[in-house]
Design a protein around this ligand. Structure first.
Ligand code: NDP
Length: 230
C-alpha cells in the first residue's frame, strides 16, 4: 500500500486531501502540531477500514520535524507522497510597514522554510517515483500583479514557489517530482466562509498531483489540474 504524509491535516484543506487520498487507497499519515486534534482527525478518517496514522509534528520546528521522521520511520519504510500543506495567515489586511518580526519569522518558518526542511529531513523515506506537493497560493505569484491584501503571507508563498523550483532541481536526479499548487479560494478558517470553493474542490488538484500527474512534470505550479511553470 502506498503511503502519503499530509502536513497540517487535522483540519481544513489538509484534512480533505488526506480524506481523498485515503479514499483512493493510500495509507495516510495525518499530521499537525496539536496531538489531540491530530488523533481526533486520524480516528475520524480511520473509519471504514482506512489505514490512517497520526503524527504530531510542528513544521516550523526542526526538532519536531526530526522527531516526526524518527516516529514515521519506525512504522513506514517509504513515502510515495509528501504534501506540504500546513500554513498560516497572520497579516490579513495589515500593512507591510507595520509587520512585526514575530509575524514575519513565524510566517516564513511555517509556509516556506517548513516545506523545505520537512522535505529535506524526510528524504531518507522518499525515493524514485515519490512526489512532493507544496500547497502554495496565487497570492505568491509575482508576474500577475501581486495584491497587498496579506503582504507577509504573499512573500512566504513566493518563497515557497522558489523552494519548489530549487527542490525540483535538487531532486530530479533522484526521480522525485516536486510541484506547487494553488487550491483556489477555499471555505476554511483561513479562507473564511465567503470563499468560492468547497474544501472538496480545493483539495482536488493536490490529490490529482499525487498519483495521476505525469512523474516527469517537476518544478511546476498548478491550478485546476493544469501545470504551468512556477
Ligand atoms: P486552515 O487554517 O484551515 O488549516 C491550516 C492547517 O495548517 C491546520 O491543520 C493547522 O494546524 C496547520 N498548521 C499551521 N501551522 C502549523 C505548523 N507550524 N505545523 C504543523 N501544522 C501547522 O488553512 P487552510 O486549510 O485553508 O490552508 C491549507 C493550505 O492551503 C495553507 O498552506 C494555505 O496557505 C493554503 N491556501 C489556502 C487558501 C484558502 O482559501 N483557504 C487559498 C490558497 C492557499 P493547527 O490546527 O495546529 O492550527
Amino acid at each position: 500500500m502506498k503511503t502519503a504524509l499530509v502536513t497540517g491535516s487535522n483540519r481544513g484543506i489538509g484534512l480533505e486531501i488526506a480524506r481523498q487520498l485515503a479514499e483512493s487507497g493510500f495509507q495516510v499519515i495525518v499530521s499537525g502540531r496539536n496531538q489531540k486534534s491530530v488523533e481526533e482527525a486520524a480516528s475520524s478518517l480511520g473509519k471504514e477500514n482506512r489505514k490512517v496514522v497520526p503524527l504530531t509534528m510542528d513544521v516550523s520546528d526542526i526538532r519536531s520535524i526530526r522527531r516526526g521522521v524518527e516516529l514515521t520511520a519506525r512504522q513506514i519504510s517509504h513515502l510515495y507522497v509528501l504534501v506540504n500543506n500546513a500554513g498560516i495567515l497572520l497579516d490579513e489586511s495589515k500593512s507591510l510597514l507595520k509587520a512585526s518580526p514575530e509575524t514575519v519569522h513565524a510566517t516564513l518558518n511555517t509556509n516556506a522554510l517548513g516545506p523545505l526542511f520537512v522535505t529535506i529531513e524526510f528524504l531518507p523515506l522518499l525515493g524514485k517515483g515519490s512526489r512532493v506537493i507544496n500547497v502554495s497560493s496565487g497570492s505568491g505569484e509575482i508576474g500577475t500583479g501581486m495584491s497587498a491584501y496579506a503582504p507577509i503571507y504573499s512573500i512566504s508563498k513566493t518563497a515557497l514557489n522558489a523552494v519548489t523550483c530549487q527542490l525540483s532541481h535538487a531532486l530530479r536526479g533522484k526521480g522525485i517530482a516536486v510541484n506547487a499548487m494553488c487550491p483556489g479560494w477555499v471555505r476554511t478558517s483561513m479562507g473564511g466562509m465567503m470563499a468560492s470553493r468547497s474544501v472538496k474542490k480545493g483539495a482536488e488538484t493536490a490529490v490529482w498531483l499525487a498519483p495521476e500527474a505525469p512523474i516527469g512534470e517537476t518544478g511546476k505550479f498548478s491550478l485546476n489540474k493544469r501545470l504551468i511553470p512556477c
